[in-house]
Design a protein around this ligand. Structure first.
Ligand SMILES: Nc1ncnc2c1ncn2[C@@H]1O[C@H](COP(=O)(O)OP(=O)(O)OP(=O)(O)O)[C@@H](O)[C@H]1O
Ligand SMILES: [Mg+2]
Length: 725
């Protein structure tokens, strides 16, 4: 940080969301916590000091070093604020980390490490080098992997008592546009101290390794100490600079085994890129290992340079794509990071899910949680949001809008639907290509159709959150209507999506309708828990009492089937509270009986079955059959066979006197046969048992009830073994 002699400004920086209200006259007014915090921090700073809050700190901590000043109570603010004082820009890639203390955690990546270790050994033993591109998403662990390679190299050199050299340079276009940025850092690393920036001393240091004065001039040029020479064409000047730089790094690497690391190539300046291409055309033998790290963005100039280098270098160039961490490794990492902190299971689950195997995101989620210890778990940590936001901001406006439209459709983006709702139909393909090139969307062919997916679920969330809610609502509605119109023949495939879109469009009736349809569809696929989610969504928005009753009963039923008896009971309690007639009550009590039965709490089961029977005497007998069946079954389990027969006889009696016995639920009838048959079987009356089982089997077959059929088959085989046949 340069300081101006005699002027010592006090600076405070705070980050967060603010409201800007534009006034007719005068500057706009900025309202919000960050504005106040910033002002207070500036008050508190010493002359020449820059103070910032923890938000700002987490945004820039990778680039700058800070001193922690601890928590401070600022005037007029309720909560204490953590304050950080800026020291300087960070140097090099190896940086301090807050997790893991001494030995930084490192998980997974065995294959990549193995390969890189081999390349390191090759420069040590055979002096054969390579150019390795390490490519991957932001935060996926490229720099961290290289730190690990560094310690491998260090280990190798200690074991073999061989000196080695390791130089790093980072591309940094975001901060300032300096030509040859990473190479400047590499040269600086080589000549050691920056020698107070005294050009004479620097020149002296360089001439120790370069005899040619013109080459030395050129290196001085790169370092920013050259003068533009008049009358010489830029092209020839450039050629000389490139040549000098190549001589320099080649020369260094002849002294000892050498590794050069160039980080963040995606943000490289043009000269750096041109030099790399030049180097690839000139060298046919690499005495050094050069590891180049970059995020993937095929729209940026570096990608073309990489492709050219590939064709020039052939097998000397190796590309390694760093993919997401395996789930077990992600969990292992969380375990190390959280240390003694107690983090609830659902937070961990969400962190793993949303981070999608990206260690940086994982780290930020956990850190964010630990720092707040509460709050909504759906929040995206501001650091992650900032990272992704800035990527989205770098897109041109049309592409950005297409991205936002896609984010409303969902994680999977149906191309056809996107085409129907976009405001950019004419150049849609070009926008999509840009998004795919930028690794924000990925193109996946599924059967005959090409579909788009978000490269990372967080990209979708951030893109979605950027939009104004009115705009989002409008898009959700448009998407839902488009689906209804154009896919009416296979609308069942879209129930889940329609439910979500109508819910977010605030169209309550349709949202409830499709949530229930989605739930029913999932139930048929035995996805009870997923079905429950949709029913609960419906419940949340539903304003109709009798529908609410049905939903509660349904959810209780599914929770019981999933073995969550207690949850089922609490839904039933809620359900009982809104009952309006005896018929509804009977169903709730019977369901409670069945739930207790499933929890092996037979006394309570009997109580509820009996409560069901004693409610509303005059009610249609068919409603009571399930309770009788429940009672019969509980008694059967307890071996009270007389009571079983009593209960079944009640049903039989009804069937004999009923006006229309055909209306009895066939399932119930089959179950009655089955229970009675099992009772007969247990009391040695195998003949009767056999007849009744066969009766039940017939019914199940006519219903196509596979589960019923197999139960009876089991029971029948029980009989045969019972009578030794
Ligand atoms: N294999 C790993 N084991 C443990 N932690 C890891 C691993 N990989 C990465 N991390 C952690 O995740 C964070 C992000 O990693 P890193 O900075 O290496 O990402 P990057 O790929 O270089 O991202 P960028 O493109 O932003 O430079 C770091 O804090 C790092 O310590
Ligand atoms: Mg990095």
């Amino acid at each position: 940080m340069g300081r101006i002699e005699g002027i010592y400004p006090k600076i405070g920086v705070a980050s967060g969301e603010v409201l800007i209200s534009h006034r007719e006259f005068g500057p706009p007014e900025i309202i919000g916590n960050p504005a106040n915090t910033g002002a207070r921090l500036a008050d508190m700073a010493e002359g020449g000091e820059i103070l910032c809050d923890s938000n700002t700190y987490s945004f820039v901590k990778f680039k700058f070093e800070f001193m922690e000043k601890g928590e401070v109570k600022l005037k007029g603010m309720k909560k204490k604020v953590s304050v950080f004082s800026l020291i300087d820009r960070r140097k090099g890639i190896l940086r301090k980390r807050s997790f893991g203390g001494e030995g930084f955690p490192f998980v997974d990546r065995e294959k990549e490490l193995f390969l890189l270790k081999k390349f390191v050994e090759d420069v040590f033993t055979e002096e054969i080098g390579k150019v390795v591109f390490l490519l991957g998403d932001a935060g996926i662990g490229k720099s961290r992997l290289v730190e690990e390679v560094y310690s491998q190299a260090l280990g190798y050199s200690l074991e073999n008592m061989k000196q080695f050299q390791w130089y790093e340079g980072k591309c940094n276009r975001g901060i300032d546009t300096v030509a040859f940025q990473p190479f400047i850092e590499i040269i600086r690393g080589f000549i050691g101290e920056w020698i107070d920036g005294d050009p004479e001393k620097i020149r002296g240091a360089i001439t120790r390794y370069m005899d040619d004065t013109e080459d030395t001039d050129m290196i001085m040029h790169i370092l920013g100490f050259g003068k533009r020479r008049v009358g010489i064409s830029e092209a020839s000047e450039k050629g000389k600079i490139f040549n000098a730089l190549l001589q320099f790094i080649y020369g260094i690497s002849l002294m000892h085994p050498t590794v050069f690391v160039i980080d963040d190539l995606y943000s490289a300046d043009t000269s750096t890129l041109e030099f790399l291409e030049y180097m690839s055309g000139r060298l046919n033998r690499f005495p050094f290992l050069m590891i180049i790290l970059s995020r993937i963005d095929k729209n940026l100039p570096f990608w073309r340079v990489k492709e050219n280098m590939k064709s020039l270098l052939g097998s000397t160039l190796v590309e390694i794509y760093l993919k997401k961490l395996h789930e077990e490794d992600a969990l292992k990492l969380i375990d190390i990071m959280k240390g003694k902190e107690n983090i609830p299971e659902n937070v961990i689950k969400r962190a793993v899910e949303l981070s999608h195997g990206n260690p940086l995101y994982l780290e930020e989620f956990i850190r964010y949680y630990i720092e707040r210890q509460s709050g909504r778990e759906t929040d995206i940590p501001p650091t992650i949001r900032g990272l992704i936001d800035s990527r989205i901001d770098s897109l041109d406006p049309g592409t950005k809008e297409v991205l936002e439209e896609a984010s409303v459709i969902g994680y999977r983006v149906d191309r056809e639907i996107l085409g129907m709702i976009t405001d950019h139909f004419d150049d849609l393909n070009a926008h999509i290509r840009k998004l795919v090139n930028a690794s924000i969307l990925s193109d996946v062919s599924e059967g005959k159709t090409e579909n788009l997916y978000f490269y990372h679920p967080l990209y979708r969330e951030v893109a979605y959150k950027r939009m104004l809610s009115r705009h989002k609502k409008r898009l959700h509605k448009k998407i839902a209507q488009t689906i209804e119109e154009h896919f009416s023949s296979r609308i069942h495939e879209f129930y889940e999506e329609l439910a979500r879109h109508y819910k977010n469009a605030d169209e309550k009736d349709k949202a409830v309708k499709y949530s229930i349809l989605a739930g029913e569809k999932l139930e048929k696929n035995y996805a009870s828990q997923e079905a429950i989610k949709f029913y609960r969504d419906a419940l949340e928005i539903c304003e109709d009492r009798s529908k609410t009753y049905e939903l509660l009963l349904r959810i209780a039923h599914l929770e019981r089937l999933s073995g969550n008896g207690n949850k089922a009971l609490s839904y039933l309690e809620e359900c009982e509270r809104i009952c309006e007639n005896t018929e509804e009550k009977i169903k709730v009590y019977t369901s409670a009986g069945t739930t207790y039965e499933s929890m092996s709490r037979y006394d309570e089961a009997l109580t509820y079955y009996k409560k069901s029977l004693s409610t509303g005497k005059e009610i249609d007998f068919r409603l009571k059959i399930p309770a009788y069946l429940g009672i019969a079954w509980v008694y059967y389990i307890r071996g009270k066979y007389d009571e079983v027969e009593n209960a079944i006889m009640k049903i039989k009696g009804f069937l004999e006197t009923a006006k229309n016995p055909d209306e009895i639920d066939k399932q119930h009838l089959a179950r009655a046969y089955n229970i009675l048959a099992s009772t007969y079987n247990s009391t040695g009356r195998h003949e009767f048992a056999f007849q009744l089982y066969t009766g039940a089997l017939k019914i199940y077959r006519s219903l196509g009830d596979e589960a019923g059929i197999s139960t009876i088959h089991n029971n029948l085989s029980g009989i045969f073994s019972g009578i030794g046949d």
